[in-house]
Write a protein that binds this ligand. Structure first.
Ligand code: UT7
Length: 329
């Protein structure tokens, strides 16, 4: 039998643009209040790129930080996988722009699309490349400029989204931050409740698509909310039981940051204390693919965990897609 390896996250990095869009700023632009946004979402502010900046600009900074953290040279990277719903352009892939700018001249590069669940999808692909023995070093990126596809005249969506990037280096296990498991799920029957309809082959960009604002995120918030809570509960239960664990064995849950009420409702139904879920949505809003790697970078830098702690990552988003992973810190 071929030798199989274990995979670890050997380096983490994140990058957020400096510009802050606060609830007070949004109040000046829209019919909304700080109270409504805070109470309904948990968000106080989000980061926004300057005009002219693209997703790869954020991703490159996060990637360089992750490489530095892992003490890995760009030339040692074999593969770059970027999860994003806001690529610099439809093609070439954002991963190719990252590859060129960081000088990862020996790496293959491609993007994946699984919306907010995408970073864990990419982590899962990286893990499988490592355990098969075919690849030694994978750079996994979650990066978004959601401000570029957000309709700032639509108060029900524009309050939610922010920009940012996170990156992880995945290599053969060094015993730290071992990726124990990943689980991927999808339900295409619900594709239309969270979508960006225009700009692809079905509805190419035209004057009409711009006039109808179809090149911006369209969200049926209430429907997504209900499914998100139920799926989060379901996937947490499935993930621990498939790995012969109990929920009490998990030291920290790192959920995708889409709405604090989704996270709190799931924690309550699971009879878990709120503190068991990591939260930073107040500062960054929903950054889609970037939210999980930004969170795990903050957790690492704040030294919140001890070696051996079990961390459950869980994410949910458009597609619909959802995903989970257990990392042994
Ligand atoms: O990352 C992928 C997953 N994404 C999500 O999980 C998002 C899930 N959905 C949500 O987070 C929530 O549904 C929203 C935050 C988007 C909306 O919250 P909600 O509690 O579901 O509000 P709603 O859409 O039912 O709207 C309730 C009321 C409406 O007014 P009426 O019809 O009751 O008079 C809205 O027009 O709140 C109004 N409203 C606002 N009021 C002030 C909607 N947006 C705003 C606003 N400020 N920004």
């Amino acid at each position: 039998m071929e030798k199989r390896y274990k995979a670890s996250i050997t380096g983490i990095g994140s990058f957020l643009p400096k510009k802050i869009l606060t609830n007070a700023d949004l109040v000046k632009m829209l019919d909304t209040t700080d109270e409504w946004i805070t109470k309904r979402t948990g968000i106080k502010e989000r980061r926004i790129v300057d005009n002219g900046a693209a997703t790869s600009d954020l991703a490159i900074e996060a990637s360089l930080r992750a490489l530095d953290d892992a003490k890995v040279l760009p030339s040692e990277v074999d593969l770059i996988i970027t999860s994003t719903i806001t690529p610099d352009c439809l093609f070439p892939s954002t991963s190719c722009f990252i590859q060129e700018k960081i000088g990862a001249n020996n790496a293959g590069a491609f993007d994946i699309l699984a919306a907010c669940a995408g970073f864990i999808y990419a982590l899962s692909i990286a893990k499988n490349f490592i355990i098969s023995g075919s690849t030694k070093t994978v750079l996994v990126v979650g990066a978004e400029c959601l401000s570029k596809i957000t309709d700032y005249t639509d108060r029900s969506t524009c309050i939610l989204f922010g920009d940012g990037a996170g990156a992880a280096i995945v290599q053969r296990s060094n015993g730290k931050r071992e990726i124990i498991t990943t689980h991927l799920f999808a339900d295409g029957r619900q594709a239309d409740i969270l979508t960006l309809p225009a700009g692809g082959s079905k509805l190419p960009t035209s004057h009409e698509t711009v006039d109808s604002r179809s090149h911006y995120i369209q969200l049926k918030g209430k429907e997504v909310f209900k499914i998100a809570v139920n799926n989060m509960i379901d996937v947490i239960i499935k993930t621990v039981s498939k790995n012969n664990m109990k929920i009490e064995d998990i030291d920290l849950i790192v959920p995708h940051q889409s709405n604090i009420r989704i996270i709190e409702a799931a924690m309550e139904k699971l009879n878990l204390p709120k503190e068991k879920a990591f939260i930073n949505i107040d500062r960054y809003g929903n950054t889609s693919s970037a939210s999980i790697p930004i969170a795990i970078d903050e957790i690492e830098k704040a030294k919140m965990l001890k070696p051996g702690n079990m961390v459950l990552l869980v994410a949910f988003g458009g597609g619909l897609t959802w995903s989970s992973s257990i990392i042994k810190w």
